[in-house]
Design a binder for this molecule. Sequence first.
Ligand code: GLA
Length: 394
Amino acid sequence: MKPGDLVQNFKSHFNAKPNFIVRAPGRVNLIGEHTDYNDGFVLPMAIDREVWIALHPRADSTVRIASLDIGTESAFELHSLTPGKGWTEYPKGVASSLMNAGYKLKGFDAVMTGDVPRGAGLSSSAAVELAVARAFACSSGLDWDAVTMAKLAQKAEIEWVGVNSGIMDQMASAVCREGFALFLDCRSLEFQHAPLPKEVSFVILDTSTRRGLVGSAYNERHSQCEEAARWFGVKALRDVEEKEIGELALSRVEGWGVEGGLSEVAFKRARHIITENTRVLAAVQAMKVGDVKRLGELFNASHDSLRDDFEVTNDALNIIVACARGQEGCYGARMTGAGFGGCAVALVAEDKVTAFTQTLSAAYRQRSGLEAAVYVCKASAGAGVVSLEEYDKL
Ligand code: GLA
């Protein structure tokens, strides 16, 4: 989605024309939740909700970014970066990560805007990170290698921001192709652009609840998965077969955990990850043969596992998913992203989307007292540079 007046805003801020315009998308994850930091499989899709930056390189090492949405301007020096608070930590973290990897950076003046809802599970932070990385690539004449940049952006998130996140969001924002989802192996980082099924839409359902304290709950899930992997004696839960967890389920004492020290909580976390990996592979297969009914069933099973075993849904997510499943034309629905609030995604027959959107909003309002925001999204391309001519034509 083109932001209205980026060039005009740049001119009024800096009294000059920008030299570059860059953009990076948010993403919706179709299936494969919390599997990325377990070396597993994911299937995200970049969306047409993006972060845009217009910039003008500087000769020195100062970075000035005016955020049009937050209404503040922030400045930092590349050679004396210090941690602070607020949205500037993402640009600073990316700068630090690029410099630690040996890139020589030059500063820039920039205005930034975007329409990825924040804290909603649609990766607004990865979109900022990749847009900033793209901006540095322009200001400093760096080669753009999408996978390398995704890894460095993830490093920024872990080391600077302090969230022990996986690689899915940054990879989706960096390498997705327009019109495709991204089937990604988070261990090898091999990926395939997966064609989307025809005659269905992916509809994002924003519960309008926002996750609080997500960093700590997220990091806790990460540690519980590591605890389970240690118990199984494997590098990551990716290496456990579904049949092993099935056998354990039979031998454990409900509520007490598994004999030999795997706690009930870690058992449930592991069961989600192991079965979710299988569901991603099945979903890719279903997409390949155009079996949207099966894809919908997998969406449903994924949500139920995230609710019961991984315990990262909230009431609003469970209600909106139940409302979606009750509408005509909906093949399945699940929460998407880290959870604890934010968005769900529903798979809906294309010719039923308009009616679905209206009835879903009313049903959700009635059951939760909350207003949903509903977006039918398009699969967009990963981070890129948009020439001023192209921008004018958009
Ligand atoms: C967040 C993280 C991702 C991933 C998802 C859950 O979006 O940034 O790495 O773990 O949660 O699937």
